[in-house]
Design a protein around this ligand. Structure first.
Ligand code: AMP
Ligand code: MG
Length: 337
C-alpha cells in the first residue's frame, strides 16, 4: 500500500560532506520491512527530495518483487505458478522468469545443493517449529519425491514455466532478497544516485564508494563473533556480498540445532552452527551461492567458488567447541587474521 510505504519509511539524515568535484552530498538512510526482514538503503544525494523519492521508488520495486515471489501470499505470481504450472506451461513475468533461470543455473553448478523446488521440504521443517517433532522417514520421502529442479521446464521464447510434477512447490527464499537488492540498487543508479548501498536482510549490494572513502563498510555476521571477537569488516564498492547462516533462523529438537537451510539430497535441515559469506558481482548470485555453499561440504564449496570468475567465499563451521574457517583464493585478507 502506497501510504503505508511512505509512513513506514524511516529517514535518518546524517552530516553532509563535500564530494571532490560536485555539490554538497548528504548521507541518507532509509529502512522498511520487506520479504520478512528489514531492508535498508544508504545513499548520498545532493538534496532531500531526490534522495527520498529514489528510496521510495526502490522500496516500491521491492514490494512489486515481493508480490511476484512471495510463498506466503496466496495471490503471488509464484503461488499461482505452483497451482497452475503443472497442468500447462504458465506464462510468467520477466522478473520471475529471470530469477528462475538464474536459480536453475546455480542448481546446475551446485548439483542440486541449491534447489528452488525445495518447497515441500521447507514446509515440513516449518512444521517442526510448532510441533517440536522431527519429520519421519515416510514424510521426508514423500516431500523429497517432489524436489528436483530438473522438473522445472523453461521456455525462453514463450516466457513460460512448466512444472513436470503435480504438487511441486517453489521457494525463492534463498535468492529473492538478493534479486531485490540488485534491482533496488539498479533503480537508484538509474535515478543518478551512484553512491548507494542496499541491505536486504543478509544480502548487500553496493555501488560507487561514499565520497572520499575507499568503499562501503560491511561487517560480517558470522557465528564466531562475540565479546573480544569483533566482526570482520570489508570495504567494498560496485559489488555484492551475502552471508547465509543460521544465527537467527533455526529450530532446536532434542538439544540439536537445525538450520532453515535444507540439504535437498537428504531432505534434512543442516545441523550445527555455521556461516557462508560470498562476494560476487551481484547479490542474486551471492544470495543463491551462499545457500548452495552452505549445503556442500566446505572443501567442495571452496573448489566450486574458485572455479567461478569473480567469486570469493569465506566459511565458518563449528568444530567441537571452536570454529574452523575456510577461505577461497581472492577473499579479502581483512578476515584472515
Ligand atoms: P538463505 O537465508 O539465503 O540461505 O535462504 C534460506 C531459505 O531458502 C530458507 O528459509 C528456505 O526458504 C529456502 N531454502 C532452504 N534450503 C534451500 C536449498 N537447499 N535451496 C534453495 N532454497 C533453500
Ligand atoms: Mg541465499
Amino acid at each position: 500500500m502506497r501510504n503505508g510505504l511512505v509512513l513506514g519509511l524511516t529517514l535518518i539524515l546524517l552530516p553532509g560532506r563535500f564530494s571532490a568535484r560536485g555539490p554538497l552530498l548528504k548521507r541518507y538512510e532509509f529502512s522498511l520491512p520487506r520479504m520478512g526482514t528489514i531492508f535498508r538503503i544508504e545513499l548520498y544525494s545532493p538534496d532531500d527530495a531526490m534522495a527520498s523519492k529514489a528510496a521510495e521508488a526502490a522500496f516500491a520495486r521491492a514490494e512489486e518483487l515481493e508480490q511476484i515471489m512471495s510463498d506466503y501470499r496466496e495471490d503471488s505470481e509464484l503461488m499461482r505458478l505452483a497451482r497452475e504450472g503443472a497442468s500447462a506451461p504458465f506464462p510468467v513475468s520477466t522478473e520471475l522468469y529471470d530469477v528462475l533461470a538464474k536459480s536453475i543455473r546455480i542448481s546446475e553448478l551446485s548439483r542440486g545443493a541449491f534447489d528452488v523446488t525445495v518447497g515441500p521440504l521447507v514446509e515440513l521443517w516449518r512444521k517442526v517449529r510448532t510441533t517440536g517433532r522431527l519429520p519421519d522417514a515416510s514424510e521426508l520421502a514423500r516431500a523429497k519425491a517432489l524436489v528436483d529442479y530438473r522438473n522445472i521446464e523453461l521456455d525462453a521464447a514463450r516466457r513460460t514455466v512448466f512444472l513436470k510434477r503435480p504438487g511441486m512447490e517453489l521457494d525463492l527464499g534463498a535468492i529473492g532478497k538478493g534479486y531485490a537488492a540488485d534491482q533496488m540498487l539498479a533503480l537508484l543508479q538509474s535515478r543518478g544516485i551512484r553512491q548507494a548501498m542496499v541491505v536486504a536482510g543478509g544480502e548487500v549490494a553496493v555501488g560507487a564508494p561514499p565520497p572520499g572513502e575507499a568503499g562501503w563498510k560491511v561487517a560480517l555476521d558470522t557465528p564466531d563473533v562475540g565479546a573480544g571477537n569483533p566482526p570482520c569488516t570489508l570495504l567494498l564498492h560496485d559489488i555484492a556480498v551475502s552471508t547465509s547462516g543460521d544465527s537467527k533462523q533455526f529450530v532446536e529438537v532434542n538439544g540439536k540445532r537445525y538450520s532453515h537451510v535444507i540439504d535437498p539430497s537428504t531432505g534434512m535441515a543442516l545441523e550445527g552452527m555455521g556461516s557462508t559469506t560470498v562476494i560476487a558481482k551481484d547479490a542474486t548470485t551471492t544470495d543463491a551461492l551462499g545457500t548452495a555453499l552452505s549445503v556442500l561440504p566446505a572443501q567442495d564449496g571452496i573448489h566450486l567458488a574458485q572455479s567461478l570468475p569473480g567469486v570469493a567465499v569465506y566459511m565458518v563451521r563449528q568444530a567441537g567447541s571452536g570454529w574452523k574457517k575456510y577461505f577461497s583464493r581472492g577473499f579479502p585478507a581483512a578476515c584472515r587474521e
